[in-house]
Design a protein around this ligand. Structure first.
Ligand code: GLC
Ligand code: GLC
Length: 818
């Protein structure tokens, strides 16, 4: 069943009933202030860091789900009818309901008993606040007297402490209130401002109010939930002033609406900072200047509308960098809009805050962030550049890396440390993608610290070189790279024999075998290594290039000699040098990762092993909803394999459809020219193709999920962990660069589509190094791969790499397959 539809012209997903199978969320914010916003107005917001600077409280895994947000309560003061137009938290019966999630904004519209409500919520560009513009309209033919109550619950900033340290927290809450008879009204949340904080939150509205509440208990009643706030049912705010306990912000506005009349209010929820010497305007009175400026800026509906229009223009420009037109609307809307949108969200959030990530685990992953970059480097190349330098600064001098770093300090995370031996290679992957996109070799000369230590700084090129040689110099008995704590698969822990509940499978490395090897790392090396050699050559480092090519040849030999199992590629060797991912194993005979990546890297293409490997993947791992990670699922815990065997069969890394690695198979299929199969693997995990199956899938039809339960699970087909996943970047790479086949290379834009024969053609526009490429592909010949002719601006063109024109013009490329 469907719970909504795509409105492609508006770039919106329209949710038509509030009781979606899981809260369907959107992200507000594009720079440093962010909000998570669900289709029933749930969620929270934060400035820069979802753990340390959280403005509003959110209770994960709550009952009922998704309770807590920025709520509006309406009460008809004549009939006493009370309702919440966002459906939650009261689950109000609505005469109409619609939620439109768009690019950085969401709109909720609903009505009940002749009163219409609409709300648009967004974070304006360049300001640290959420705007909620609310309009109520009397659609009946009698006058209405409506009580409007706003509601937010403040978080005491550090979200972890907020949920644990009650002996302190119940005494520290403080607010200030400014609700003058004229002008705007504001509630200030200033907990901890008296001592070490230089920031407070403001919750304002552009009109005078008739009352307010700032103490949760006064507003709700101690034993009431968000669904039955006492103040609202009484039709009277308590004018409560929080003192400790739980500070909230609620405005109370009495609105008289004659028949047909509308009233609009602009609510602003903002983060404000003051320099140390300007913190106070009087004893214990916070300096409200930044808040007043912010409220002043957005004190009319027109100002809010203008900010929303600017935000729309920002997205139109961004998404204009890569557009798709095709008969297959699902593919076109995903590749052209939603997939890129999700990539930007992963850029902003990394893996910190979603409805599955609590915002409290705070790391930016070395591996994750480098891969995410593949999905947004074409959209925000300057920001990708800065991200690369941040990431590289957490690398160790030997080429290994802190597995995660902290977004606020940008320093490596000591708790998790290092030892994920695939990490170094992802830096090469990210930098190569950046250079191919921009042609900016200058980045290689940037001086970047090692281990965040300026005195150890060296060029980014040196960082890449250390990355490249890390797996080469840390090899095991078969000449394959040592796996360390884990490789891409966090849960394949071959040096951590864990028996103690609660201990981390990855960081309790109590068995440093120096033996366990990863075939996947070898394959990743062979995929990114040639780019490193090419970078050496193109920057005049011929000796480095030759030495790198010898290392690549050596690794190719090792994988050829020891990495093949007969019908597919092996996955690894454990601490005893036993095979993993072999037909000889009882469970875990075949894994997806090494097969996808080895073929992506071109291994076995000329001797039939690549075809065999991908056919084996199809035979053993493919399902209706995508390709599972391994088969057969591990039935028992294997201490020598670690977390992978800790999950019940069919979930997560134990034979779940771990969507992140499905596009590796897609890309691998294009290397074999199998366009039909490439597209099939693409569509199976693509959410837009499962829109009408939402009861089973449950997560949003407009974004990828990290995992869909595999065939061994009872809930096969159910998705979890939507939004923050490397799936976003890799599926975008697979569809844009390998299926539609418009791929940045060092020399220019390569055109090499690999599509199903019944796809008759498509058009892609691509901004690339300062020019626009308007590419039309004609496949009336019904091919899967292969180009008969190309014209560029009307002239025949030989070869399929279109140069970087860099002239600010639009170039017309016509590609005929055949
Ligand atoms: C998670 C991690 C990612 C890892 C993957 C597989 O998505 O964020 O780093 O590669 O799981 O274990
Ligand atoms: C990855 C995996 C997850 C695991 C986590 C930490 O994110 O996807 O299954 O729990 O790493 O071990």
């Amino acid at each position: 069943m469907q719970y909504g539809y795509f409105d492609d012209n508006a770039r919106e997903y329209v949710i038509t009933r509030p009781d979606t199978p899981y809260p369907w969320i959107n992200y507000l914010g594009s720079e440093d202030f962010f909000g998570i916003f669900s289709n029933t107005s749930g969620g929270y917001c934060f400035y820069r860091d979802a753990r340390m600077l959280r403005l509003t409280r959110y209770r994960y895994n709550n009952v009922p789900t998704d309770a807590g947000g920025r709520y509006f309560y309406l009460r008809d003061s004549y009939t006493g009818d009370v309702w919440t137009p966002s459906w939650m938290p009261m689950k109000s019966q609505l005469d109409s309901y619609e939620c439109r999630h768009g690019m950085g904004y969401s709109r909720i519209s609903s009505s009940r008993n002749g009163l219409a409500f609409s709300q648009v919520s967004f974070v304006p560009l360049h300001d640290k606040c959420e705007i909620h513009k609310v309009t109520i309209t009397n659609e009946s033919n009698i006058d209405k007297y409506i009580d409007v109550f706003s509601f937010v619950e403040f978080c005491l900033w550090n979200a972890n402490d907020d949920m644990t340290n009650f002996q302190r927290n119940f005494s520290i809450g403080e607010v200030e209130i400014e609700c003058p008879p004229h002008g705007s009204s504001a509630i200030y949340h200033k907990t901890e401002y008296r001592e070490r904080r230089n920031h407070y939150a403001v919750w304002g509205v552009n009109v005078p109010v008739n009352g307010f509440d700032t103490d949760r208990q006064s507003f709700l009643g101690l034993y009431n939930g968000f669904d039955s706030p006492a103040a609202v049912f009484n039709g009277q705010a308590g004018d409560s002033v929080a003192s400790g306990w739980a500070p909230i912000g609620s405005h109370y506005i009495k609105a008289k609406l004659s028949a047909g009349e509308s009233k609009t209010y602009v609510f602003v929820l903002g983060y404000c900072e003051n320099p140390e010497d300007q913190k106070w305007e009087a004893q214990n009175k916070i300096n409200k200047k930044p808040a007043r400026d912010l409220l002043e800026k957005y004190n009319t509906p027109e100002a809010a509308d203008k900010a929303l229009a600017d935000l729309n223009a920002y997205w139109t420009n961004l998404l204009g960098k890569f557009t798709v037109e095709a008969d297959d609307k699902k593919m076109a809307r995903m590749a052209g809009v939603w997939n890129q949108y999700q990539c930007m969200v992963t850029f902003n959030m990394s893996r910190s805050a979603s409805y599955f990530e609590s915002g409290i685990g705070r790391g930016m992953g070395f591996r994750d962030s480098n891969q995410d970059l593949l999905g947004f480097v074409h959209l925000v190349p300057e920001r990708a550049r800065a991200r690369i330098l941040d990431i590289a600064a957490t690398q160790f001098p030997d080429g290994s890396a802190y597995h995660q770093y902290q977004p606020l300090t940008k320093r490596g995370n000591n708790e998790i440390g290092s030892g994920f031996n695939d990490d170094p290679l992802w830096l090469i992957c990210g930098v190569a993608a950046y250079i191919k996109e921009t042609g900016d070799y200058g980045i290689l000369n940037e001086n970047v610290p090692f281990d965040n230590n300026e005195s150890l700084a060296d060029t980014l090129f040196t960082h890449l070189k250390r990355s490249f040689y890390f797996p080469v110099t840390n090899t095991g008995p078969h000449g394959l790279p040592l796996i360390g704590r884990a490789d891409w698969n966090d849960c394949l822990n071959l040096n951590c024999f864990s028996k103690t509940p609660g201990e981390s499978f990855q960081t309790t490395a109590n068995y440093e075998s120096g033996v366990a090897e990863s075939v996947l790392i070898a394959a990743i090396f062979l995929f990114v290594g040639p780019d490193f050699a090419e970078i050496c050559r193109r920057t005049g480092r011929n000796d480095d290039a030759e030495r790198a090519e010898r290392a690549i040849a050596g690794m190719t030999e090792s994988i050829n000699k020891h990495g093949w199992d007969g019908s597919w590629f092996l996955r690894a060797f454990d601490a005893y040098s036993n095979k993993i991912g072999s037909n000889e194993c009882e469970d875990g005979k075949i894994f997806i990762e090494s097969n996808g990546f080895a073929v992506m890297a071109g291994i076995g293409i000329h001797d039939g092993r690549a075809v065999k490997a991908l056919d084996s993947v199809k035979e053993h791992l493919d399902t209706k909803y995508g390709i599972v990670l391994l088969q057969p699922a591990y039935k028992n815990y294997h201490i020598e394999l670690g977390e992978v065997s800790s999950y019940p069969p069919g979930y997560k890394e134990n034979a779940g459809i771990f969507c992140h690695n499905n596009p590796w198979v897609t890309i691998a299929e294009t290397r074999l020219g199998r366009g039909y199969r490439a597209f099939e693997t693409y569509t199976k995990i693509c959410p837009a193709y499962r829109e009408d199956d939402s009861d089973l899938r449950r997560t949003e039809p407009y974004v990828y999920a990290q995992m869909v339960a595999g065939k061994d699970a009872i809930r096969h087909g159910e998705a979890k962990n939507s939004w923050l996943t490397g799936t976003a970047a890799w599926t975008f790479v697979s569809i844009s660069q390998y299926i539609l086949g418009v791929r940045p290379t060092f020399d220019g834009l390569l055109i090499d589509p690999c599509i199903p024969s019944d796809m008759k053609g498509f058009t892609v526009t691509r901004h690339f190094r300062g020019a626009d490429y308007h590419i039309t592909v004609d496949n009336s010949a019904g091919k899967e791969k292969g180009i008969k002719s190309i014209t560029v601006d009307g002239n025949d063109y030989s070869g399929n790499i279109i140069p970087a024109f860099g002239d600010g013009k639009v170039h017309k490329i016509i590609v005929t397959m055949g």
